[in-house]
Design a protein around this ligand. Structure first.
Ligand SMILES: [Mg+2]
Length: 309
C-alpha cells in the first residue's frame, strides 16, 4: 500500500471515528450496535446530541489547527499552536475538554498554563492530547522515532501537565509512524513500550498487553491510559477499519475520542479505501474562531497531502 493511502487513512480515519462516535458520547456500551445491528446501514452517520450527521468534534478541530500551524509555520511553533487553540476556545466551540478549556483560558502563558493547571488540580491525564494527534503523527513520521515522540510530548504538554498524557501521545505517534511505514503496530508494541518514560511504562504495559480488555480498565476511558489501550484492543480484535471503529464506539463512554484514536490507527493500517464512502461523504469539520470555514473531505485530503509531503 502507498504512503499516501496510509497517511490519508490516518487523518480521515480519525475524523470519521470522531464524527461517528460523537452522538453516542457518555452512552452505555453496545448502543451503536443496538441501533445499527447489521453493518452497512446508510444512516449510521446519524448525528444527535447536538451534532449534525458527519460533524466532527473538538478532537478533529484541534487536529486541524495543529496541522495548519505545522504547515503555515513550516514546523513546530508551540506558541503558535497555543494561540490557535486559545482563539478557538474563546469562540465557544460546541465541545471542549474541561482541562483543555481551563488551560487555554486561565490567562497564563503557553509554556506554563498546563503546568499551572496540573499543580492546582493534580489531575491532568485526560485523553485530550491523544485525541488530536493524527495530523502531527503524520507530519513527524518521516523524521523518525525520536523526533516524532519528542514532538508528540511537546504538543501534548501545551494543554496537559501530566507526563502520562505526553507518554500516551508519544506512543500513539510512534505506533502510527510504524504503521504508515507498512509495519505492524501490534508486533512492535514491546519495543515501543521501552521508549516510554520509566515512571509511566508499567501502566502502559498493562493496557497495551495482548490479553488486556477494556472491561479491565480502572479509570473511565476519558483518561489517557484506557483510551489508548481500548484503541489498540479494537485494532487487535477486529479485521477491518469499519469493524474496529464499531467496536470502539460500542465500548460506550468517551466514544468520539476512543473512536478517533482507533480510527487513526485503523485508517493507517487498512488505508483510505477501507473507510466507507457513506461515512466520508457527510464528514465535515467546522473551525470555530476561524471564520465560517468548514473542511470537508476534499479539504481534509489536501491538508493531509501537504502534511505527508
Ligand atoms: Mg470530542
Amino acid at each position: 500500500m502507498q504512503w499516501a493511502e496510509r497517511t490519508a487513512g490516518a487523518v480521515i480515519g480519525s475524523a470519521v471515528g470522531d464524527a461517528l462516535g460523537a452522538p453516542f458520547e457518555f452512552g452505555p456500551a453496545g448502543a451503536f450496535s443496538a441501533r445499527f445491528p447489521a453493518p452497512g446501514a446508510a444512516e449510521e452517520m446519524c448525528g444527535g446530541g447536538g451534532w449534525d450527521p458527519g460533524e466532527a468534534t473538538d478532537d478533529t478541530q484541534m487536529a486541524v489547527m495543529v496541522a495548519e500551524s505545522l504547515l503555515e509555520r513550516d514546523g513546530l511553533d508551540l506558541p503558535d499552536i497555543f494561540r490557535r487553540f486559545q482563539r478557538w476556545a474563546a469562540s465557544g466551540p460546541k465541545d471542549i475538554g474541561l482541562q483543555t478549556e481551563d488551560v487555554l483560558t486561565n490567562g497564563a502563558p503557553w509554556d506554563t498554563a498546563a503546568a499551572l493547571h496540573f499543580q492546582v488540580s493534580q489531575r491532568a491525564a485526560g485523553n485530550g492530547s491523544l485525541m488530536r494527534a493524527a495530523t502531527s503523527a503524520v507530519y513527524f513520521a518521516r523524521d523518525g522515532q525520536r523526533a516524532t515522540m519528542d514532538a508528540a510530548r511537546r504538543i501534548a504538554a501545551l494543554t496537559h501537565g501530566d507526563r502520562a498524557a505526553w507518554e500516551g501521545t508519544a506512543l500513539f505517534h510512534e505506533l502510527l509512524r510504524v504503521t504508515l511505514e507498512g509495519g505492524d503496530p501490534l508486533t512492535v508494541l514491546p519495543d515501543v513500550l521501552a521508549l516510554v518514560h520509566p515512571d509511566h511504562r508499567p501502566r502502559y504495559a498493562t493496557v497495551l498487553a495482548p490479553d488486556w480488555h477494556p472491561g479491565q480498565a480502572t479509570e473511565f476511558n476519558g483518561a489517557v491510559w484506557p483510551c489508548l489501550g481500548s484503541a489498540v484492543w479494537a485494532l487487535r480484535t477486529t479485521a477491518g477499519y469499519e469493524e474496529a471503529v464499531r467496536a470502539a464506539i460500542d465500548l460506550g463512554g468517551d466514544t468520539d475520542t476512543v473512536a478517533a484514536v482507533t480510527g487513526g490507527l485503523a485508517g493507517a493500517y487498512y488505508g483510505l479505501d477501507a473507510i466507507p464512502a457513506r461515512w466520508t461523504a457527510p464528514l465535515h469539520v467546522p473551525l470555530p474562531g476561524f471564520g465560517d470555514r468548514v473542511l470537508k473531505l476534499p479539504q481534509l485530503l489536501a491538508l493531509t497531502h501537504s502534511l505527508a509531503a
